[in-house]
Unconditional design. Structure first.
Length: 91
């Protein structure tokens, strides 16, 4: 399950710091759109925030690529088109 709350940040080109595992963590980690940290570890979370805040180059990379990622695969237009296709509805 992909929590929908990561997509607004990515569509704005803002890196995400995600606490937990699963598909959302995989998307962030695999595409380098932010940082994933273990749940319930406040020190690791604090370190991740500091590291990302200090890494202007990484934030700029996310700004350049994350919005395109969301638009190409997770915009409402794409999601609804997939639903319609799966339902076999034509307009």
């Amino acid at each position: 399950m992909r929590p929908s709350k990561i997509f607004p940040s990515l569509s704005c080109g803002v890196p995400v710091i995600y606490s937990g595992n699963g598909e959302a963590a995989d998307v962030i980690r695999d595409n380098q759109y932010g940082v994933t940290v273990p749940s319930e570890d406040s020190q690791v979370l604090a370190n991740a925030i500091q590291k990302l805040a200090a890494d202007g180059e990484r934030r700029a990379d996310v700004r350049r690529t994350a919005r395109k990622f969301v638009e190409s695969g997770y915009s409402w237009k794409i999601i609804v088109s997939r639903w319609i296709q799966e339902l076999g509805v034509s307009f």
